[in-house]
Design a protein around this ligand. Structure first.
Ligand SMILES: [Fe+2]
Ligand SMILES: [Fe+2]
Length: 297
């Protein structure tokens, strides 16, 4: 041990201690999974029944109020007013409702300033929503319609690890920045060198702890480095590409923009074309104020 360079000898136990410390305190985080996990559970059942979904949502008054506000927002362009959760589920459908519940839950986690990432309040949220919508659109246009709802959620949550790290390691951030600036490391490399782990790894571990579905754990954990052989490869690659496009659009990129590198092989796996990228970018700019979508403005 004595012969090892100081930094190496110290780093592993420190990293483990920091990780353990973070996970001991994850319970302090706002409850993403409480309602969201139940909704996911119900919708996994092919005979999912409307009453069960409605009653879970209705138990949370704040969520009910938000759902009604969003359902009546300009995004859906409905003529008739929606006044009950049941009405909202029937009119907008199960999938829309699931996306809303997850998006609103994720929003409550991400709206705070992720100070460690030099992102202003709400900016990580904008980036996440943009990535989710872009992944959904890519799935739609590249022949992955059956998984478009899943990749929307994956895009929405892919950087959840940043929220976690911004709670716990913001003090270490200047060192990470220095590595990016002076050593030319990517953000993920700098996180790993400084902390012994990165935001994708933290996000995946939290998602596991929250009992989120395995495909979601992969989309969160592998979004910077898709494993092309994984059963979830297409999902992960869609999120990876959407993340890069969202960053190209300058939505909530902060200093993290420096790490953006689109992996050629991920683009190939989903059959990405120049036209699809241009189309996705046009779609994103047509959406205008993204926050209108989820009523969080
Ligand atoms: Fe990321
Ligand atoms: Fe991202």
């Amino acid at each position: 041990m004595r012969d090892m360079p100081d930094s190496l000898a110290r780093q592993r136990p420190q990293a483990e201690q920091m990780m353990n410390d973070i996970f001991r305190r994850v319970g302090d985080l706002p409850p993403l999974p409480a309602v969201a996990a139940k909704v996911l559970e119900i919708l996994k059942d092919p005979d999912a029944d409307l009453t069960a979904l409605v009653s879970i949502i209705e138990k949370d008054q704040a969520l009910t109020a938000k759902i009604l506000r969003v359902s009546n927002s300009a995004y859906y362009g409905l003529v008739r007013r929606i006044s009950t959760v049941k009405d909202a589920v029937v009119t907008l459908g199960f999938n829309n409702m699931r996306n809303q519940v997850l998006a609103l839950s994720a929003y409550s986690l991400m709206q705070g300033p992720a100070s460690g990432y030099a992102l202003e309040a709400g900016s990580l949220w904008d980036h996440s929503l943009c990535t989710g919508l872009c992944a959904e659109h890519l799935a739609d246009t590249l022949g992955y319609k059956s998984i478009k709802d899943e990749v929307f959620i994956g895009g929405l949550l892919h950087d959840i690890g940043k929220t976690i790290l911004s709670y716990y390691v913001s003090a270490r951030f200047s060192n990470i920045l220095e590595r990016v600036d002076q050593l030319g490391q990517t953000f993920v490399e700098a996180e790993r060198a400084e902390l012994g782990f990165d935001h994708a790894e933290v996000g995946a571990r939290v998602a596991l702890r929250w009992n989120l579905p395995e495909s979601l754990v992969s989309m969160i954990g592998d979004h910077h480095k898709p494993d092309l052989k994984s059963v979830n490869a297409a999902r992960v690659c869609l999120v990876h590409v959407a993340d890069a496009i969202a960053s190209m659009l300058g939505v909530g990129i902060g200093v993290d923009a420096l790490e953006k590198r689109l992996r050629e092989e991920a683009a190939q796996l989903i059959g990405l074309t120049d036209h699809a990228v241009q189309d996705a970018m046009a779609y994103m700019s047509d959406l205008g104020d993204l926050r209108e979508y989820i009523g969080t403005h």
